[in-house]
Design a binder for this molecule. Sequence first.
Ligand SMILES: [Zn+2]
Length: 401
Amino acid sequence: MSVALLVVAGYPADRLASQAAKPDSFRLKALAILRTVPLIDGHNDIPDAIRERGGLDAVDFSVSQPKLMTDLPRIRAGAMGGQFWAAYVPVTTMDSGPHPAVYALEQIDLVHRLCARHSGSMAMAYTAADVQRNFAAGRFSCLIGIEGGHAIENSLGALRMFYRLGVRYLTLTHWRSLDWAVASTDTARRGLSAFGKQVVLEMNRLGMLVDLSHVNDVTMSDALHTSRAPIIFSHSSARALTDHARDVPDSILKLVPANGGIVMVNFNPGFVSEAVRAYGDSTSAWARALRAAGADSATRADSMRAWDARAPHATLRQVADHIEHIRQVAGVDYVGIGSDFDGITEVPDGLEDVSKFPDLIAELLRRGWTELDVKKVAGLNILRVMRAAERVAAGLQRTAR
Ligand SMILES: [Zn+2]
């Protein structure tokens, strides 16, 4: 960045001088901070990425995996303290193939086995206290969240058993609506059904976090008004900055403080850059137009390659902008990080994989964030949410068995 730009951005001259002398000072400070507080990411799809490649015997997590965004060497380089691994369940399991519940069980099994294989550096965590204990012992915490409420197959018994298997959040829907919850891709102006509200309350009683990433705005609002415990958005950004249905509108962000929940910012370029999102829409329209005009497949491929070459990129700074927007609308206590690494196919410039988290923390420090505030974003906020949900569950279990 040029000196002129920095002055325009309002940086004092003495800060300018020290920045020029020590270009990595913010990154070093970020790394020092992440030695004192566990950085916990809300959503990572490595379980399904490993499954697709043939399972744990086909992917050695302890060495660098250049085609993936996540492995142990880069987790260490990224100074991470813990991860909610996604037990992702494709919506196609609702039509054919293994039952959604079986698919979820296999993903949960994979996480437990992955963690056990690397027990020297990783350990399972089921509570905020587990995360803190693991962190103090120098171990990375493995947490589990199921992505897709179809996994419970409309059974509260299945939901309760998933809790026993270590699942600590359930994303109510994925890309397709259920009988009891409406997805963000749906135009229906409905939210949670009576059974959907029962699912939320049972999750509260168990101490399983209600994850509202992927649901539509009505379901977000219904869940916020039903839940007795803080909710989470495990991987969603701010819709005021990028007009995508997967992002959270300001009207919902304003409800989060009273609920005590958290919005963990997604890195998906199409969710963090309005230019990328709009470009994606126009690319789809162009592809449809080519097909309608009867272009052959070679012509279509050439045309799409040329189109792709002009595609805009999202950046680390835009991700930081989303974090700052949520801080501004909801408050610094209600924002976190939910990268969606290995679930996304494109990445922002500067946030290519899990080793880059310290760069994001450094960017916030560069913008003048206090040490305490970056600690909140990195991990303190989600730990507070977990503790609060644990307290609510303990209270409800005393009164309702
Ligand atoms: Zn997702």
